[in-house]
Each structure stands twice: as C-alpha cells, then as structure tokens.
Design a binder for this molecule. Structure first.
Ligand code: NAD
Length: 411
C-alpha cells in the first residue's frame, strides 16, 4: 500500500472512530489548493529545459500551511497530495499553529549544476510567490533540497514582498535559521521514545536499540541515545550493517563513516547481514531510512518490544496488524518524527519576533512539545480504546475538524 492509500485509510478510520460528520470528512480530504507550474530555465550550455513544479496546500484551518519542497525525478501529484495531507495531521498532533502542504519539482538534482539549481529554484519561486507567504504557506527542505535552496527562495520571494525571513524554514543560521534544527528530528525521536518508555516504567539507559539508517535522523537519534546511556547494538545504512552486543561507540562510528564513507569494517563492531537488522534481538527498533521496510515478509520475525517510526511510513498496514497481534508497541511516524517541523515552527516564531533563541531553549521547548503531544495521544487512546497510531490520527484529525467547524466552514 502506498503512502496515499495508507494515509487515507488511517484518516478514514480516525473519522469513523471520532464519528465525524460526512460533510466535514469530505471537506478535510479535499486539498485547499493544488498548484502546478511550468519552470523553464536555461542550462549552463545555453539550451532550454522545462520542469513541472507542484505545491499542494492541503488545509489551513489551524494556521499557515507548512511542508517541504522536494526535488526528485519521481515527484508526482498523488504522492505530494498524500504528504500534504499527512502534514495537516502531523502539525495538529504536535499542536503547532499550522496546516499542511507539500511541494516539489520533478527533476534529478544531482544532474544539475549549482547555478542551474539556483535558476530552477528562483523560477519556481517566481511562479508561486503570490501563493506562499509567512502567514499563508511556509515551505521547508525535503528530499533533494537543503538550507541553500531555502536561502534562494527567501531571496527571490523578498524581491516581490520585501525582506521576509519567515517565508521558509530550514534556512542557514546566517539567514535566520534556528539553532538546534539540524538535530531536531532525531532529538524529537528520542524525546518521544523517553515519553513512551516512561509509560512502561523503563528508561533509555536500561535498554538496547537497533537503528536502520544513519543519516540526519538516525545518526542524531543514535548519538542522543548513547548520551543517555542506552546501548545501540546494531546500525545500518545504504553501505551495510554492523553490530556489537556490548554497544557501538557512536562517536567513533561517526568518525569512521566520515573517514571511510561506509559503516562496514568498523573496529568497534562486526559486519552483519543488513536483512538481519530489522529482526535482530533488541528492546527498541528505530527505522530511520525508508518507507515500507516492515512488511508481511518480515513482521512476524521482529523481536523488538517497541518500534519507533523515525522514518515516514516504515510499517505497512499488514505488518502493523501482525506486529500489534504480537504485542509490539509502535510509536507512529506522524508523532515520532514531528521534532523537525516543531523546530521549524520555533524558527518561524523567532523570525517573526526578530529574536534568536539559544540552543538550550530550542531543545527544552522541543522536549515540552513532544512530551505534551505524547500525553495528548495517550488520552485519545484511552478515550477511544485504540493503539498509538489511531490515538495520534484521532488527535490530529479532531483538532483540525474542531478548527474547521469553529470557523464555520462546514456548511
Ligand atoms: P538522510 O538522507 O540523511 O539519511 C537516510 C539514511 O538512510 C542514510 O544513512 C542512508 O544510507 C540510509 N539508507 C538508504 N537506503 C537504505 C537501506 N536500503 N538500508 C538501510 N539504510 C538505508 O535522511 P534523513 O533526513 O535522516 O531522513 C530519514 C527518514 O526520516 C526519511 O524517511 C525521512 O522522510 C524521515 N524524516 C526526516 C526528517 C528530517 O528532518 N530530516 C523529518 C521527518 C521525517
């Protein structure tokens, strides 16, 4: 099941549990606005090339729409639509005053030079500048885009509307980016894990962890787990997997990866079969790489007691059912990886205030938001006798539905 089908299914289940009126349900599903624009740029050799850019603005009942812009050859309107919808529920779960959006350009960024990427980003911004804005729709980086892309959007947008640092988040620090943003998603994953474990009288320091993916999210989560005394006993990335039952020294592993470009042949562990990683014995499994990695084929062999979904959509619905029958507790992606968008919100707040928070304040506020959201989810689970995924969906959907009704948009 793809991301769109899974999101719509979770939404419909949540709507049924909440007893949502059919009119509200329909209005929440249909995106507020779908934008499709032609972006033609001269390449460095003088030839012209055209790309299609998308922005789906899903819902703004709770505030400006928020979501990433990805540059990827397979960007398609259906997927952008699903991801925009997911952002609406995610921002509501985190209780930040935003709606949801997502966008992208169908291109292969590694085949474009830096100046071509800059021209493409500026043309895209020219085409959508009157539909995004600090209080309308606030883009951020996603696959294939980064802080530099946001700097170009900010610059191009400001030519039309005056200096507007809060029109995008995930900016370079020198242009109003927030301290703590780089680590925010991984840090949020760890705060969420701590809140979950506390419910079971456990803490990070007593447990073993397996992490799939050692990029931004996975490596920060690993670092912070080690800092808290937890044992990361296996890690993988695209280059392979390693294990050490006594705990991998994450600081040394980061150095090893920086110097060799690979996790393999690390002195402080043994290489292992990457297919074994997800079914390795551990207390907490943290998929932090790809979608759909837990599925019908491997779910019944998973030995972890807890799964924390740092990646988007790592567990497909069939695996979800198998795992829940086995009694595995899953902390869902819609909550577990919300630390990034939460610190994006802090960045926007700082830009609007014209004031910069120190990193300690960013991290403390992130912890407060993640812990509060976890308890809000648990309350929904108690009220509706459902698992954490449905607790999170009912929480997010209910907040958006309430805002919609209060605004009087339901007629
Ligand atoms: P990243 O590109 O920095 O890292 C991805 C990691 O996955 C890399 O280490 C890569 O080697 C590894 N990987 C790729 N294929 C693999 C495979 N077959 N087996 C094992 N590892 C593999 O990306 P990221 O920013 O860390 O994002 C990871 C996940 O978290 C994605 O699903 C992303 O959508 C989600 N996410 C990220 C953020 C964020 O702020 N970065 C926010 C929300 C959700």
């Amino acid at each position: 099941m793809n991301a769109l089908a899974a999101t719509s299914r979770n939404f419909r289940n949540a709507a049924r549990i909440l007893g949502l009126d059919a009119k509200i349900e329909k209005s929440l599903l249909i995106p507020f606005r779908e934008i499709k624009v032609e972006c033609t740029i001269p390449k460095d050799d003088g030839s012209l090339v055209s790309y299609v850019g998308f922005r789906v603005q899903h819902d703004n009942a709770r505030g400006p729409m928020k979501g990433g812009i990805r540059y990827h050859p397979e960007v398609d309107p259906d997927e952008v639509n699903a991801l925009a919808q997911l952002m609406t529920w995610k921002t509501a779960v985190a209780d930040i005053p935003y709606g949801g959006a997502k966008g992208g350009i169908g291109c292969t960024p590694r085949e474009l030079s830096k100046s071509e990427l800059e021209r493409l980003t500026r043309v895209f911004t020219q085409k959508i500048h009157d539909l995004i804005g600090t209080h309308t729709d606030v883009p951020a980086p996603d696959m294939g885009t980064n802080a530099q892309t946001m700097a170009w959007i900010l610059d191009e947008y400001s030519k039309f509307h005056g200096h507007s640092p809060a029109v995008v988040t995930g900016k370079p620090i020198d242009l109003g980016g927030s301290l703590g943003r780089e680590a925010a998603t991984g840090r949020g994953v760890v705060f969420g894990t701590e809140a979950l474990l506390a419910e079971y009288g456990k803490s990070v320091k007593d447990l073993t962890f397996v992490i799939q993916g050692f990029g931004n999210v996975g490596s920060w989560a690993a670092r912070l787990i080690q800092e808290r005394g937890g044992k990361v006993i296996a890690v993988s990335d695209i280059t392979g997997a390693i294990k050490n039952p006594n705990g991998i020294d994450i600081t040394e592993l980061i150095k090893h990866k920086e110097s060799t470009g690979s996790l393999l042949n690390f002195g402080g562990g043994d290489n292992m079969d990457p297919n074994e990683l997800l079914v390795h014995e551990c207390d907490v499994l943290i998929p932090s790489a790809l979608g759909g990695v837990l599925n019908r084929e491997n779910a019944s062999s998973v030995k972890a007691k807890f799964i924390v979904e740092a990646a988007n959509h790592p567990t497909d619905p069939e695996a979800d059912e198998i795992l829940s029958k086995k009694g595995v507790i899953i902390l869902p992606d819609i909550y577990a990886n919300a630390g990034g968008v939460t610190v994006s919100y802090f960045e926007w707040v700082q830009n609007i205030q014209g004031f910069m928070w120190d990193e300690e304040k960013v991290n403390n506020e992130l912890q407060r938001y993640m812990t509060r959201a976890f308890h809000n989810i648990k309350n929904m689970c108690k009220t509706h006798e459902c698992n954490l995924r449905m607790g999170a969906f009912t929480l997010g959907v209910n907040r958006v539905a309430r805002a919609t009704v209060l605004r009087g948009w339901e007629a």
